[in-house]
Design a protein around this ligand. Structure first.
Ligand SMILES: Nc1ncnc2c1ncn2[C@@H]1O[C@H](COP(=O)(O)OP(=O)(O)OP(=O)(O)O)[C@@H](O)[C@H]1O
Ligand SMILES: Nc1ccn([C@@H]2O[C@H](COP(=O)(O)O)[C@@H](O)[C@H]2O)c(=O)n1
Ligand SMILES: [Mg+2]
Length: 212
């Protein structure tokens, strides 16, 4: 009798775990300071491991361009290096995940603070498989941001300083939170792009496409 009674509970737990819009999803949070190389490495991971890349910053910039009612507020926050309220960012991430036919997501630049983290957990019930943390000095990150040349309103010395402050005060505690749960995989992001990707590849090996 014991096994008959226990079985449904186990099945229910498996089915509800990380479910989104009827599909089971794998989420990896990609964190690191501004200019640490999150976007650059996400593009490589997409190419080799079949994940979808969702950059919270890119989604917010697209929201500004779309003429959304939140556009002015988001633009002001980005110019000040501040973090946009979670409900705005989570809605954009959720919509993008539900719209996608893929089930493996790299969420880049999120959660950026404790409010982002707790709200995402409460709203989606999704826990990350792990957190990829790109560790890099401020000196190197500033050098990269000033050389990026993508016309971003926040790639100037004044805003970069504010973004670094936000990262240290608000984002590092999120990394510490996941570290206490043994979920953080830290990468030395100061190395050249290809060398960083070698380290990233080792972490993503379990997600390598199966040979036919
Ligand atoms: N390992 C690296 N060595 C040298 N330059 C790099 C490296 N990784 C990325 N870059 C360059 O640094 C700049 C910033 O990289 P990227 O946009 O990937 O950073 P990011 O972490 O996504 O930054 P942000 O948080 O501002 O979006 C880009 O011009 C990129 O080409
Ligand atoms: N969870 C997030 C992520 C980003 N922002 C705002 O966007 C700016 C740019 O983000 P990048 O990841 O592209 O560097 C960031 O400085 C924040 O102003 C956010 O509010 N919440
Ligand atoms: Mg980026």
């Amino acid at each position: 009798m014991g096994t008959v009674v226990d079985a449904p509970a186990v099945v229910a737990e498996e089915v509800t775990e990380n479910m989104l819009g009827g599909k089971k999803v794998t989420v990896v949070f990609v964190l690191g300071g501004p200019g640490s190389g999150k976007g650059t490495q996400c593009a490589n991971i997409v190419e080799h491991f079949g994940f979808i890349h969702l950059s919270a910053g890119d989604l917010l910039r697209a929201e500004i361009k779309s003429g959304s009612e939140n556009g002015t507020m988001i633009e002001n926050m980005i110019k000040e290096g501040k973090i946009v309220p979670s409900e705005v960012t989570i809605k954009l991430l959720q919509e993008a995940m539900i719209k996608s036919e893929n089930d493996k997501f790299l969420i880049d630049g999120f959660p950026r603070n404790e409010e982002n983290r707790a709200a995402f957990e409460n709203v989606t019930k999704i826990s990350p498989a792990f957190v990829l943390f790109f560790d890099c000095s401020e000196e190197e990150m500033e050098r990269r941001l000033l050389g990026r040349n993508q016309g971003r309103v926040d790639d100037n010395v004044e805003t970069i300083k504010k973004r670094f402050k936000t990262f240290v005060e608000s984002s590092l505690p999120v990394i510490e939170h996941y570290s206490s749960k043994d979920k953080v995989k830290k990468i030395d992001a100061a190395k050249p792009i290809l060398e960083v990707f070698e380290d990233v590849k080792a972490i993503f090996a379990p997600y390598a496409p199966k040979a036919e």
